[in-house]
Design a protein around this ligand. Structure first.
Ligand code: UT7
Length: 389
């Protein structure tokens, strides 16, 4: 029997702190008029000292689970698409897995910059359709404010923090993820990057002094690339789904610049009212921008069962991609009981995590005591023996 991967849960989380264009004009040489005119952005959200990529991802994931009927223990896979992971490792997805109490889930991060959410949904949908898993949480989460160069007016005005999540579930009803195109062109890698902190340019006093840990971008080139690929990727994905552009009720584009979205609409000859646009309130939240926009559209009653949606994005790499989704899940309020259960699961997950840490510590003590009593194993060469060979 054919299996389909349906979006049955969606959720978002943004920090409370709002940074307006007027606030930015106090920090760098810019104006509200310039930012609105060139980008469409009016304000963005900024993580405070308590918010991290994992904490925002967790909140979005919990809301997506509340909306579906899946419990954390039934989640098989967690993918966090992010360019601002909590650490280089462990994966942010593992932190979410622990705090969620998704005890039988595999978890990994996916790095494809702003196209990451589309890539991740496609990976999860393929795993579901192959029959290897039933339920997957896919999260796009960012704290870009932590890697923005706040002295660079051409980039610091663009980015914001936030997270969005989908719960994907196996189902027999046709629909869900119908097609996806994923593309890349590494020859444009230098157009948008964070140069230092990886293996090529490890962190040093010098890299910090030269602000090489902040976002660097050739805005004009990225703009040209984006206007080229948004329309073509949409067309490819629609064709791959066996549909026509007229069959698409809603396009959810990556929210990077209103002018890029308008150019895509012109290229596709679609009216702008068929696009979900919320860039004025959040700026560019990278991997989070598409799931946040879908969540807002669904909550505003703009998405109906049977509707065909295109998700389309582009980003550093260069990467780009588009996906066609057929929505099946009816919009209905989340019962208060499910919210209470979610709070209970999260308390249980915290307790469980604490107990596991305690058990690991005790195990370490016992193991240490046991190995202290043992004679050294003469059959194994010591580093010194190795040196002498
Ligand atoms: O997720 C993907 C991430 N990135 C993107 O999607 C970015 C794509 N690119 C863009 O959105 C646009 O290129 C920007 C919004 C970044 C810049 O807009 P633009 O219309 O391409 O401006 P520009 O870079 O061509 O700069 C025009 C002028 C320059 O001054 P001069 O050299 O003409 O005197 C800039 O120095 O605007 C100046 N400028 C600013 N002025 C006031 C650049 N940033 C600012 C600013 N306020 N914040």
């Amino acid at each position: 029997m054919a299996r389909y991967a349906h979006v049955t849960g969606w959720g978002m989380a943004v920090p409370e702190l709002v940074l307006t264009n007027a606030d930015l004009a106090l920090m760098v040489d810019t104006t509200d008029e310039w930012i609105v005119d060139r980008t469409g952005i009016r304000e963005r959200r900024l993580a405070d000292k308590h918010d991290t990529t994992a904490s925002l991802a967790l909140q979005a994931a919990q809301r997506a689970l509340e909306r579906s009927e899946v419990r954390p223990r039934d989640v098989d896979l967690i993918i966090v698409a992010t360019s601002t992971p909590e650490h280089l490792f462990p994966a942010t997805a593992c932190l979410v897995q622990d705090r969620l109490g998704a005890r039988t889930a595999g978890a990994f991060d996916l790095s494809a910059a702003c196209s990451g959410f589309i890539y991740a949904v496609n990976m999860a949908a393929q795993a579901i359709r192959s029959g290897s898993i039933d339920n997957a949480l896919v999260i796009g989460a960012e704290t870009l404010s932590r890697i923005v160069n706040w002295d660079d007016r051409s980039t610091c005005i663009l980015f914001g923090d936030g997270a969005g999540a989908f719960l994907l579930q196996a189902g027999e009803k046709p629909g869900g993820v119908l097609s996806c195109v994923m593309r890349s062109d590494g020859s444009g890698g230098d157009l948008l990057s964070v140069p230092a902190g990886g293996s090529r340019i490890p962190t040093s006093l010098e890299t910090v002094r030269r602000k090489l840990h902040g976002i660097q971008m050739n805005g004009r080139e990225v703009f040209r690339f984006a206007t080229r690929v948004m329309a073509s990727a949409t067309q490819e994905a629609v064709q791959a789904a066996g549909l026509k552009l007229d069959d698409i009720e809603l396009v959810v584009p990556h929210q990077a610049n209103l002018r890029i979205i308008e150019a895509a609409a012109r290229g596709l000859r679609l009216p702008l009212n068929r696009f979900v646009i919320n860039i004025e309130r959040y700026g560019n939240t990278s991997t989070a921008s598409i799931p946040i926009a879908v969540t807002e559209a669904a909550e505003a009653g703009r998405v109906h069962p049977g509707d065909h949606l295109v998700l389309v994005g582009f980003g550093a790499g260069l990467t780009w991609g588009a996906m066609v989704l057929q929505w099946v899940t009816p919009e209905r309020p989340v019962p208060a009981r499910r919210r209470r259960l979610s709070a209970l699961w999260s308390t249980v997950a915290r307790l469980r995590s604490g107990l596991r840490r305690l058990a690991r510590w005790l195990e370490g003590l016992l193991w240490g005591a046991a190995s202290a009593g043992k004679e050294p194993d003469e059959s194994r060469p010591s580093p010194k023996t190795e040196d002498r060979r």
